[in-house]
Every structure is written in structure tokens, then in C-alpha cells.
Design a protein around this ligand. Structure first.
Ligand code: TPP
Length: 552
């Protein structure tokens, strides 16, 4: 069999449904093999976007997303997406082409050492030097991409190897079950939780799996222990639950930090080292139980006293079965913190100023998104507003990147979410800065005939950095932008363009767009003038007031 045919067969055996990307000359054998395959090729307008799509496929399905590029410039365009997948624990395989390795008449034209370039941002990167090794290398790339902690893998297929003949056959996918936690660690955790006075549950990125979500919901329902989440743990347990305290969005001095200051035990489920823990571990103030697939990497802010290591859903199930609610548990102070968070989150939601107030915008989006609706955020200051104020009802319904925190992933990620869940409402939410980093993918969305709403929050600036600039006491400088006419820009791609003005009922417009087929770009002029007051000063002042109140 021809090597490129075997490569495609190996991908089919892994259950690959899509390959995203942009082929080059060096991929032509592979492309020809793909022609007769069950795998659908989705062309994008930039390799970075293809990588973001593949990573989001991995995030949503738990299966490896696959993307393809040529050598040199195509492959270098994968770098940000590789880092996005690697830091965000999303399984992907990047396949890149290369000039012939046995003999080439082209000198160094377009040749970059891609395998080495990928080394620090992948779990596995290899050049295929013999067609006979294709089955084992593909299998290994998938195994490693999906193994805990998931991440990025890369295979380079040189042109002459792709054209070789081989008698090797595909290695079938092997299934395995994750190991269960050690019994002693469960017994110790049960004792610690039962003897604690004010245990608090924290849900992080690694808990964002369906089974874990079910188990954690049962855990909270049975034990009635209050919980909060990190940005990437949003929605693992329905945030409408009365025991949900809030989201740890602002790093310090937020209301939730008052709950942390009052706890004596944090049960930290699915903590991922890429997301800063919302607490600094002060010796003696509280203990931490680390419930995860892998042991905690030690760093100066995080060194848990006990690890419950193994399949998280299984660990939570066992803890839930063995722990009984304790009459000495006292959550009064936590619930006081919750009331303050709720009051603060509700401020401004009915404010009718124009440009639109961020709190009001979040509330309007929530109104039109059903529980299973997905919002895919780009990176900007609105991410803080959404993480804090938007209550997620289900896991993976708020796709945000609090790992690499890159700009430009919002639209590709929303496109992917709509492909995976065509029956669900999906909205990309981007800043004007982030949107323009991958706005060319509007064409991909239109070509794929997706029903998608793309919100562009416009402040004509890199607002997040402006906010930090003000916070650090610097003069305003160097962060204002010019923008295209977004309505005409959308229309030029064959999408619908809408601009919110002072007469617009935002929720009504969004509802109309979501209910009408096609790609809709909605430009929302935003009023960020209170970001500094609310997110920097007010939260800090108000949360300090709680700390002065006697603990309940
Ligand atoms: C690729 C990339 N470049 C730069 C940054 C640094 N950065 C973080 S947020 C931000 C501004 C985002 O602006 P915009 O998308 O308009 O959203 P806004 O904050 O204005 O709501 C910048 C430059 C980044 N995170 N990623």
C-alpha cells in the first residue's frame, strides 16, 4: 500500500471525522489519499484557525482533533494553536508536510526544523522516516494526545516517505480504563472532610468532563458543601445551584477570597497548574485535598496536603458514598459571601446606557442562550465580565481560554462548536482586537453554511490592556485602534451584518439572529469606562468590608 494511503487508514482507525487546514505541495500525496476517505477535509483561511478548531474538537469530544499544514510557513502558523492545545489540555494531532528527506534538489528552500520547533509545545513530535513506522507513530500520537493530561502532538510526513510503498498494516486502537484512586487516600480524604469545620469545594479545568460533572453534582446535592469554580471549570456543576458561590475570575481581593480566608479545607477538584489557583497556600491557614488524575506539580503557591489520584469521577463517587454531612459544618460565612457576589453581579444588568454596559450585555446574552447553548469567548476584558457574571448551566458551554489566554480563538472555536453540535445555539463573543486576528474565518463559516452569531464587542481599542494600564496608574497610551465598518465587512463575506445603536433592544436582536439561518455578525459598541472602578477598586473595597464583619 502507498504510505499516504496507510496514513489515512490509520487516521480512520482512530475514528477521525475531520481534518482542518491548508495543504501545500508537500501534502499532495496525502491529499489524494484523503479524497477516498471517510474523513472530511475542512479548509480554513489560516493554519492557526485550523489548529484552534482541531483543539476545540478535542476539548468538546475528548477525542483527538486533527489539523494539516504544509512545511515551513504553514507549520510555523501552527505554533500558537499548538500552545493553545498544550496549555489548555486539548488533544490534537498536527500533521505537517516536508520536502523529500532522502534527496532534494531545492537546497534549504522553505525548510525549517519543525520537529524541533514543536518540541517545547507538544507532548510528542516526530518526523516519519520510513513508511513502515506510520501505524505505530500515528497510534502513539493519539495515545499521548488523549492520555492525561491531554495535549498536542505532531507528525511530519515528508513528501518522499508519503510516496513509498509499504506492507505494514494499521495498529488497532486499544481501549483502557483509567485507574481508580488508592483506598487509603479515599479514607484519609473522608476523615479530613468530615472533621473539617468549613470545607469548601473548588472545581477546575480538569473536572470538565461529563462523568465528573454528574458525580460532582451528586456530591454537592448529598453533602450540601458550597462550591466555586475557576474560569475553565465553569458549568461543571450548574451555577444556578444555591450552593454556587461564584467564579474565581479576579486573581486577588475578590469576594470569593473572603470565603477562602474563612475555610479550613479546600477540596480542589481538577486543578490544572496552568490556571492560577485562586489562593496562595499559607501554611497553617487551611488544608488542601488535590483530587486529580495526576499528582500536583509543586510550586510556591500550591502544595496540597493530600492527593487523591486516579479517575476523578471515580474518586468523587467514592468520596460521596463514604462521607456523611456533619452537623458541625458551618457554611454561614460562605453564604454571606455568596449574597455579596450575587448583589454585585446583578448591578448594572438593567442599565440602559449607550454604548452598552458590559454587565447588561452579559445578562442579555444569557437571556437568549438556552442551557445547552455554547458561547465561545476570545480573549479580552469582556472575558472577565462573562466569567464572573454569566451563569453556566452545563459543562463546556462557556469555551474560554484561561490557559494560553490567546486572542483570535473565539471565532474558530465557535465554528467548531457549531460543527460538533449543529442542533445547539452557538455564539462567538470577541473583542474588536481579537476578532480581527482571525476574522477571515467568517468565510469558512459562510462556506460551511453554519448558523452562527458572531458578536464583536467594539471599544476601538485593546481594552484589556487599557484596563490594566489604568489599574497600574500609567497614562493612557498606545492602545487605541481603527476598525473597518463591521457591517459591510460581514456582508462582503456573505454574512449578515448588524450594528447595535441606542435604539436597539440587544436581546431582541440576538434572538432574531439566533433564530435566523446563516452567519450573523453583531457589532456591539461597549462602555468600558467603569471597568477600573468596578473590577479594580469597588470589588476590593466591598470585599474588605465582609472581612471586617464577624465570621458566621
Ligand atoms: C495573541 C495575543 N496577543 C496579545 C495578547 C495580549 N492581550 C490580551 S487582551 C488584549 C486586548 C484585547 O482586545 P480586544 O480583543 O479588543 O478586547 P477588549 O479587551 O477590548 O474587550 C491583548 C492585546 C494576547 N493575549 N494574545
Amino acid at each position: 500500500m502507498k504510505a499516504s494511503d496507510l496514513f489515512v487508514k490509520a487516521l480512520e482507525a482512530e475514528g477521525v471525522e475531520y481534518i482542518f487546514g491548508i495543504p501545500g505541495e508537500e501534502n499532495l500525496d496525502f491529499l489524494n489519499s484523503l479524497k477516498n476517505s471517510t474523513i472530511k477535509l475542512i479548509l480554513t483561511r489560516h493554519e492557526q484557525a485550523a489548529g484552534f478548531m482541531a483543539a476545540t474538537y478535542g476539548r468538546l469530544t475528548g477525542k483527538t482533533g486533527v489539523c494539516l499544514s504544509t512545511l515551513g510557513p504553514g507549520a510555523t502558523n501552527f505554533v500558537t494553536a499548538a500552545a493553545y492545545a498544550q496549555l489548555g489540555a486539548m488533544p490534537i494531532l498536527m500533521i505537517t508536510g516536508q520536502k523529500p528527506i532522502k534527496s532534494s534538489k531545492q537546497g534549504q528552500f522553505q525548510i525549517v526544523d519543525i520537529v524541533d520547533m514543536m518540541r517545547p509545545i507538544t507532548k510528542f513530535t516526530r518526523q516519519i522516516t520510513s513508511a513502515n513506522n506510520i501505524p505505530s507513530l500515528v497510534r502513539e500520537a493519539f495515545r499521548l494526545a488523549e492520555d492525561e493530561r491531554p495535549g498536542a502532538t505532531h507528525l511530519e510526513l515528508p513528501e518522499d516517505i508519503a510516496d513509498e510503498e509499504t506492507s505494514s498494516g494499521v495498529i488497532p486502537k486499544s481501549s483502557f480504563r483509567r485507574s481508580a484512586p488508592d483506598q487509603k487516600s479515599i479514607t484519609d480524604a473522608v476523615a479530613m472532610i468530615q472533621s473539617a469545620k468549613r470545607p469548601l469545594l473548588l472545581i477546575g479545568a480538569g473536572a470538565n468532563r461529563k462523568q465528573t460533572s454528574n458525580m460532582l453534582t451528586e456530591f454537592v446535592d448529598k453533602l450540601q458543601i458550597p462550591f466555586f469554580s475557576t474560569q475553565m471549570g465553569k458549568g461543571v456543576v450548574d451555577e444556578r445551584n444555591p450552593l454556587f458561590l461564584g467564579n474565581a475570575t479576579v486573581s486577588t481581593n475578590d469576594f470569593l477570597h473572603q470565603a477562602i480566608a474563612n475555610t479550613d479545607l479546600i477540596i480542589n477538584v481538577g486543578h490544572d497548574v496552568v490556571e492560577k489557583p485562586p489562593f496562595f497556600m499559607d501554611h497553617g491557614k487551611f488544608n488542601v485535598i488535590h483530587v486529580n488524575y495526576v499528582t500536583a506539580a509543586v510550586d510556591p503557591v500550591y502544595y496540597p496536603q493530600l492527593g487523591v489520584i486516579g479517575d476523578i469521577a471515580n474518586s468523587i463517587y467514592q468520596l460521596k458514598e463514604q462521607i456523611e454531612p456533619q452537623s458541625h459544618w458551618d457554611f454561614t460565612h460562605f453564604m454571606k459571601v455568596k449574597r455579596h457576589v450575587e448583589e454585585h453581579v446583578l448591578e448594572g444588568v438593567t442599565d440602559h446606557r449607550f454604548p452598552i454596559y458590559p454587565q447588561r450585555l452579559v445578562a442579555d446574552v444569557r437571556k437568549v442562550m438556552p442551557s445547552d447553548g455554547i458561547i465561545a469567548l476570545d480573549n479580552g476584558v469582556y472575558k472577565i465580565w462573562f466569567a464572573r457574571n454569566y451563569k453556566a448551566h452545563q459543562p463546556n458551554t462557556v469555551l474560554l481560554d484561561n490557559a494560553l489566554a490567546t486572542m483570535g480563538a473565539g471565532l474558530p472555536s465557535a465554528i467548531m462548536a457549531k460543527i460538533v453540535h449543529p442542533e445547539r445555539r452557538v455564539m462567538a463573543i470577541c473583542g474588536d482586537g481579537g476578532f480581527m486576528m482571525n476574522s477571515q474565518e467568517l468565510e469558512t463559516a459562510v462556506r460551511l453554511k453554519l448558523d452562527l452569531v458572531v458578536m464583536v464587542i467594539n471599544d476601538n481599542a485593546y481594552g484589556m490592556i487599557k484596563w490594566k494600564q489604568a489599574n497600574m496608574g500609567f497614562d493612557e497610551f498606545g492602545l487605541n485602534l481603527g476598525n473597518p465598518d463591521f457591517v459591510k465587512y460581514a456582508q462582503s463575506y456573505g454574512a449578515h451584518g448588524h450594528r447595535v445603536d441606542k435604539e436597539t433592544d440587544v436581546a431582541k436582536l440576538l434572538e432574531l439572529c439566533l433564530a435566523t439561518s446563516g452567519v450573523h455578525l453583531v457589532e456591539v459598541p461597549i462602555d468600558y469606562s467603569d471597568n477600573d472602578r468596578i473590577l479594580n477598586r469597588e470589588i476590593k473595597e466591598k470585599s474588605q468590608l465582609i472581612s471586617q464583619q464577624p465570621a458566621g
